[in-house]
Ligand binder design. Structure first.
Ligand SMILES: *Cc1c(COP(=O)(O)O)cnc(C)c1O
Length: 423
């Protein structure tokens, strides 16, 4: 047994006292009395993010147009900070666009269907926007999604079978897009194994890191995928709708960007404003328009904070605090019909825990009323993300006590099953 957990408040307090990341919590805006376990659709605001944003306002106020002297390459400067999280080369990572627009940008660059090889392989558990983007990319090439999108089906609606993914890599597949961590079940797919299998079959492969970046360490020097995309508002806590990430493997730098724009032009000729586009021969060639500086700035603050700690320490705490939560669920909540709906192995689970219960939605409403913030995913999953940077063991303990109370007294029964706008 890796951890020796016990079911009492005293141990939770000890775990906090011995937590090497305990002081990082003070960087974040925690609402008094609230337990924030949103899992993890929107990371909390930090003082680091706020200061970086205020600094950018100040730069605008004081420098006007001259600000570009220092900030012309801001997307790449933030990209280099982000590259550390996934061990990629600095010039392969760019902060730009949204997750969804970056799927379009990468796929339109790398998807060149031929008569023999024209399919895009996806899974049926990925977040829907990835699928909408892929369907529209095949339509733009003159196919219907029915003929050109090949879907690996989950056997149980929870997990993806890696062997089935590899078996589906047939000769007609041109490109693959998969999530690294599944947003609902927190399953981690083995990027190295699957990428290798794709490359052995000459298939381009990209990864969606939305629930992986900032939650688990990754090694792109080893994995060498063709592309990756991610948002920065989940585990990276850069703010609602903050600017996303794009990784493009250096072997593709010479390809024509699928969605070209003037900010991707070569630096030395960009302001000649010619009508012939010549893209930068690194990932900055995939910038489209002027970077959205105020929306990017908070990321600088949080990346500095995260890099000062390092992903290994963050992952170590995340594994321990999620193991603690699973332990308490088994001990206290299983008797009320709760199950853990994520893989239990360390190398197979991401940063959140899935609490499953047939009345999951109503329980999530009851939690909110008690000032605990979870999020709910259909059909019956309460996602709970104790975040390494700011969640304490005591909060986990208290939340499980509140859950126990809600389940024991069935107070969730007074809430409607009708779904709200943002569930
Ligand atoms: C959160 C998430 C997205 C969100 O896309 P945006 O363009 O940032 O709104 C996309 N894919 C996955 C897997 C996600 O978890």
């Amino acid at each position: 047994m890796k951890y020796q957990f016990t079911n009492d408040l005293k141990q939770a307090q000890e775990l906090d006292q011995n937590d090497p990341l305990a002081s990082i919590r003070d960087h974040f805006y925690i609402q008094p009395g609230q337990i924030y376990m949103d899992g993890n659709s929107l990371g909390l605001a930090s003082k680091d993010a706020e200061q970086a944003l205020l600094k950018m306002m100040d730069v605008w106020k004081t420098q006007g147009i001259n600000m570009w002297d220092d900030y012309f390459h801001y997307g790449m400067q933030l990209g280099a900070k982000c590259a550390q999280l996934i061990n990629a080369k600095d010039n392969e990572v760019l902060i730009t666009g949204s997750t969804t627009s970056n799927v379009h940008s990468a796929v339109s660059t790398l998807y060149h269907p031929t008569k023999e090889r024209y399919k895009i392989l996806v899974d049926d558990l990925n977040f829907p926007t990835d699928r909408y983007a892929i369907d529209s990319e095949v339509r733009l090439k003159g196919y219907t999604p029915q003929e050109a999108v090949k879907v690996v089906k989950s056997p149980d609606g929870k997990y993806i079978d890696e062997d089935a993914v590899i078996e589906a890599m047939t000769d007609d597949v041109a490109l693959i897009l998969l999530p690294t961590v599944l947003y609902r079940s927190a399953q981690i797919l083995d990027m190295e194994r699957i990428t290798k299998a794709a490359h052995e079959r000459d298939i381009i492969i990209g990864w969606d890191l939305c629930h992986a970046i900032g939650a688990i360490p990754m090694d792109f020097e080893k994995v060498q995928p063709d592309f990756a995309i991610w948002c920065t508002y989940k585990y990276l806590s850069a703010g609602p709708g903050s600017i996303a990430g794009l990784y493009l493997n250096q072997k593709h730098f010479d390809k024509q960007p699928g969605l070209a724009g003037w900010w991707g032009n070569r630096d030395d000729t960009q302001f000649q404003l010619k009508h012939q586009f010549e893209h930068q021969q690194d990932v900055s060639g995939w910038q489209i328009g002027t970077p959205t500086m105020l929306a990017m700035a908070p990321l600088e603050g949080t990346l500095n904070l995260i890099n000062s700690i390092g992903m290994d320490k963050i992952r170590t705490k995340s594994l321990k605090i999620t193991a603690y939560l699973m332990y308490l669920i088994d001990e206290k909540l299983a008797q009320y019909g709760c199950t853990v709906g994520n893989p239990r192995e360390d190398d197979k689970r991401g940063g959140h825990v899935c609490l499953e219960h047939p009345h999951g939605y109503q329980i999530s409403l009851a939690l909110k009323e008690r000032n605990v913030i979870p999020d709910f995913r259909e059909p019956d999953v309460i996602r709970l993300a104790p975040i390494a940077l700011y969640t304490s063991y005591q909060e986990v303990y208290q939340m499980v006590e509140i859950l126990e109370d809600i389940l024991k007294n069935k107070t969730y029964e007074q809430y409607s099953e009708k779904r709200g706008l943002v569930v």
